[in-house]
Design a protein around this ligand. Structure first.
Ligand code: FES
Length: 348
């Protein structure tokens, strides 16, 4: 329950506004409420701020059109800064500040000065509720036998105290690698791809001929012997590292590749694993040749060597050189030339 009770500083008693006062707090009227001269002075102050803001906006426009963008001035503390940057920032910032300051002055000095009192109910619980909670706690303690079964109590406390260690220990792998283990860069630098290895569709494992892929078409693919390798090695990482996408571009649209002639008649192959934190990418926009990662919107330009054009990825998408074998099926020409997957290990 609450009761809003206004006090009006313009001579209106709270009762005249239809409310009953609940707190007898003396209200001090402002100068502008009682002295017409002070009110006019406040009006002029506010208007002056708005007018100065207008002049600064005009100065911003003039500065924008006339200041040489290459000129530099020395500002103490900041050092050498562009004249244009300094003048435009100062005029626009001050113009916005003065609009805000004028509005605050207007509200503080000239708008109706009404105080509102809001009553709140007592926030503490009644004594009966406290008693009931205490009784519930005691009953639970006695029924569970927590106090009676000392051995259980102690072993429970011990297990709860030790359990967080199991959660903390794995964190150690974030900054130390087991002795002799390869670095992430080494692990991600080698995949199953090698010269002559056929490219097959994922998951139907069909070999692909260039004519199967129209311009703008995209196919997810993996190495032909991947299933075998996985069975032998039980290595799911092999699949992840070797996953690629094949996209067919008009050869005249290809502006750059990671190696000369790495496409086959406009078909390019790129790792499917985003170089940001490793999400699989497969959103391709034919018109722009952009490959988009759905996780954090990193965007790679497949017509320009897989370079990053947007988003948090710090490294381009690795390209796989491809060709065809004697039967006309698409094959890899070698492994990737750069590590696949996230590039966290490059940092620091
Ligand atoms: S994983 Fe691709 S943008 Fe983050």
């Amino acid at each position: 329950m609450s009761d809003l009770t206004p006090h009006d500083s313009h001579g209106n008693a709270p009762e005249r506004l239809g409310y009953s006062p609940v707190a007898d707090v003396p209200h001090a009227p402002r100068m502008a409420d009682t002295d017409p001269k002070a009110a006019r002075r406040a009006e002029r102050q506010v208007a002056a701020m708005f007018m100065l803001s207008m002049l600064l906006t005009i100065a911003f426009v003039v500065g924008y059109m006339t200041i040489d963008k290459t000129s530099i001035i020395y500002i103490p503390v900041f050092g050498d800064v562009g004249t244009s940057t300094f003048v435009l920032g100062l005029t626009l910032g001050a113009a916005i500040f003065l609009i805000g300051a004028g509005a605050i002055q207007w509200a503080k000095k000239l708008m109706p000065d009404v105080e509102v009192v809001q009553d709140r109910h007592d926030l503490s619980s009644p004594a009966s509720a406290d008693q009931e909670a205490l009784a519930n706690y005691e009953r639970g303690k006695s029924e569970s036998g927590f106090a009676r079964f000392k051995l259980i109590r102690r072993t429970l406390i011990g297990s709860l105290a030790l359990f967080p260690i199991a959660l903390l220990i794995p964190l150690r792998d974030l900054w130390t690698a087991p002795a002799g283990s390869p670095s992430p860069a080494d692990l991600l630098s080698v995949t199953l791809w090698h010269d002559g290895l056929r490219i097959v569709t994922d998951p139907s494992l069909m070999p692909i001929k260039p004519e199967d892929l129209p311009i703008g078409g995209l196919v997810s693919a993996i190495p032909e012997d991947l299933e075998e390798v996985q069975e032998l090695e039980g290595n799911m990482n092999a699949r992840t590292k070797a996953a690629i996408i094949l996209v067919r571009l008009d050869p005249s649209d290809i502006r750059a590749q990671q190696g000369d002639g790495w496409d086959y008649q406009g078909i390019v192959a790129f790792s499917k694993i985003c170089t940001h934190v490793g999400c699989p990418t497969a959103l391709y926009e034919q018109r722009t040749h952009h490959l988009l990662c759905p996780c954090h919107q990193s965007t790679f330009d497949l017509a320009d060597a897989g370079n990053v054009v947007f988003g948090p990825a710090a490294r381009r998408m690795p390209q796989l050189p491809i060709g065809v074998d004697e039967e006309g099926f698409l094959v890899a020409r070698s492994d990737f030339a750069e590590p696949v997957g996230p590039s966290f290990w490059e940092r620091g």
